[in-house]
Design a binder for this molecule. Sequence first.
Ligand code: AMP
Ligand code: MG
Length: 492
Amino acid sequence: MRFKQDFFEQLEGFYSQVYPQAISNPHWLGWSDDAAALIGLDKPNDELLMQLSANHAAEGATYYAQVYSGHQFGGYTSQLGDGRSIILGEAIGPDHAWDVALKGGGPTPYSRMGDGRAVMRSAVREFLVSESLAALNVPTSRALAVIGSDLPVWREGQETAAITVRLAKTHIRFGHFEYFSYTGKGDNTKLTQLVDFTIKQHFPHLSTDNAGYVQWFSEVVAATAKMVAHWQSVGFAHGVLNTDNMSILGDSFDFGPFSFLDTFKEDFVCNHSDHEGRYAFGQQPGVCFWNLQRLAQALTPLIASDDLVQALNQYQRHLIDHYLLLMGNKLGLPIFEFTQESSDSDKTEQQQQDLQLVDKFTSLLEANQLDYTNSLRRFGELDLNSQHASLRDDMVDLAKFDQWFAAYQQRVGKVDDVANWQQARNAANPKYILRNYLAQEAIIAIEENGDNTKLAQLHQLLRQPFAEQPEMADFAKRPPEWGQGLIMSCSS
Ligand code: AMP
Ligand code: MG
């Protein structure tokens, strides 16, 4: 790893230097070649294992924990910070640099009552979900590796500690801006410094003057809308959408009790502690908007509120545009094309109709308790000219389905090259997703026998979620009874 230290060197006072604490008997549980390539690494080696388990210092690393705050479940916590994640610096890759962080690397000044550790099960889940979202083309932080140990940690019972080696284009969160806005008490020096740094590093096409700030915030709004549109389209529930878990770049970030939907359920809640369903699957677009409003509020010392509101007002448009782009591709809805006669309002009308079509489709899935991923995958078998949809066989209320299907057929129109059309659907609808029960099986094999073969197999499978991989077809099955609607705890 070759590091640069821009955050460390340019933002003194925005972090605490802290050396990670080693985990004993470290061993690779998982390694991502794809993530490794992003920072110019090839295969894992023993020295790297010692460095990433904090047994050896990495050359060029600085080791620090960032300070930030955030709105957690709606309430403001005035100081959070990296309680168990220690950043080594920005590793230089062929395209750009990536922060390298040891999540579970030991206590920091921000650990509060926590031990600074991550348990193996949560480290493995973060590893899998990062790499699986990336393969689904969802913007996300990445995971280079997950490292197991024999270091005991206590949660509900005794478990072992592990480290996820996280790569992120940045670790700057909405909560960073909240912290420096509210601790500034009228002095905007640090807030300005942070915004300027963010723009120079990650939005280099923008200026660091007022016009640049306004444009920057608009781009954050757009990127956030795009991220959540992706989540809704692949059936991903993040689980803890606090503002401190929102990356300023609109990358999926800081995974805890996340879950992909098996059966489609709008109000599905994957987080054990989320009693009110604040972060239910269907709430995510609204919650991300609420989080953007909190960010806007923190930025009022620097950006006129009219400009902030104007940018926020674009959220819905971005969300719908992206969501329909993704869902339209999944269902095979032709893209709206402007002609000389058409206007913006024609596009809006088409979008409203398409949203209804998609909504009615997901309602059918919900009413019939169907699997979201597998139902969508069936569009790759669909021959609209032959009238028969295999999906129909799964429905209880056939009349309702037929009514929907007629509207759908009319919208899609005539398909000339069926094979080509089906291929495009299969390229948009994954066959394999990270089902909770699959992750659970991989974790149990490690817990019980120290065997990471299942993890490796699952990781490998999810690198190509759109490919048939017939010998792996069992992994596309709906969960067995024990694995349905698994709800994860936050004690990770
Ligand atoms: P999270 O829910 O993982 O986003 O964590 C919320 C906050 O709690 C963050 O500031 C974390 O760094 C901190 N935290 C979570 N788990 C631990 C732990 N085991 N030790 C120390 N801090 C933790
Ligand atoms: Mg967090």
